[in-house]
Design a protein around this ligand. Sequence first.
Ligand code: EPS
Length: 385
Amino acid sequence: MRYLTAGETHGPQLTAIIEGFPSNVTIDIDAVNFQLARRQKGHGRGRRMQIEKDTARIVGGVRHGKTTGAPIAIVVENNDWKNWTKIMGIEPVEEEEAKRRVNRPRPGHADLNGGLKYNQRDLRNILERSSARETTVRVAIGGVAREFLKEFGIKVAGQVLRIGDVEANRTEMPIDELIAVTEDSPVRVTDKDAEARMIAAIDAAKEAGDTLGGIVEVVIEGVPIGLGSHVQWDRKLDGRIAQAVLSIQAFKGVEFGIGFDAAKVPGSKVHDEIVYEEGSFRRVTNRAGGFEGGMTTGAPIVVRAVMKPISTLYKPLQSVDIDTKEAFTAQVERSDTCAVPAAGVIMENVIAWEVANAFLDKFGGDSLEEIRRNYEGYLQQVKEY
Ligand code: EPS
């Protein structure tokens, strides 16, 4: 499977095409839209989220509630477009209008690199596409992937572990409870004490015209042994997930299981011992976060990632005017103080897509029934091993 997205943050819509999705998968559009609503939430979001009520419209590949095997086309309209029709229109504009350019690149954003690379003197042509608004449609794609994963009992959950200097305690709980508890939290944590301190930290950053980043964790349960492969670098599923996660705007690092802590302790405290119990192989611990040799071990996939603070600051940093080359403070664009809770939702959904894709690589078929036959045959093979 593959997908592409198109569209700008203040353009008419975001568009996605998914190719290679199997037929006969039930698509609950409300479940897809629930993912979009989750992405809009979280303490620290800016005014744009009050303008939008993101809704996915499927305009190809689904009929009477089920996929047909044809490409799935998804559209999410931007309500804000009506305020930008002239600035973002495809028609040429008068000279006066064209002078209203973005010409002071924001440190940390794609503005300057993109302007130089694409030879654009209006940096709006870069920021419109590099904006994290693009993740709206990637969450819709993940929502569709989740409908497929649901058929095989695979569940996805996420939680925020850090915002700025506030760390949340990680409470172990069953995945359904984790999903419910984090859904009720405005910063998607299980730790109520940390929740209050995180909210206060976000409010203080807002007051100071600053922004905050953080750490999010995603867990996927119910994944069979052997998704991904050791035989070729680009078939390692942990590698693919890492790429997908780092492709989310503002994400700077990713780790699995105990991750970077593996550098601090000897091998005996890193690797997961194997036992054979009740007819199946099992790891005693899951420090590897569900992967060995780029393949799933059957234990939950545990991925953690860091999001840097959003680079649009209301109290802007030093920058240079691309016309005069003089020092100025960077352009201020409307933005969020903290989008870490939303970023966790995005991460869940981009990982859901990668897992669904690897599932199809392994059990590939054109219809859900064919995939199910292959899947069940494989489970039998593993049982008899
Ligand atoms: C976003 C929409 C954007 C930003 C944010 C994410 O809308 P606008 O630019 O109109 O305010 O709020 O994007 C960024 C902060 C960024 O730097 O890319 C969204 O829908 O998530």
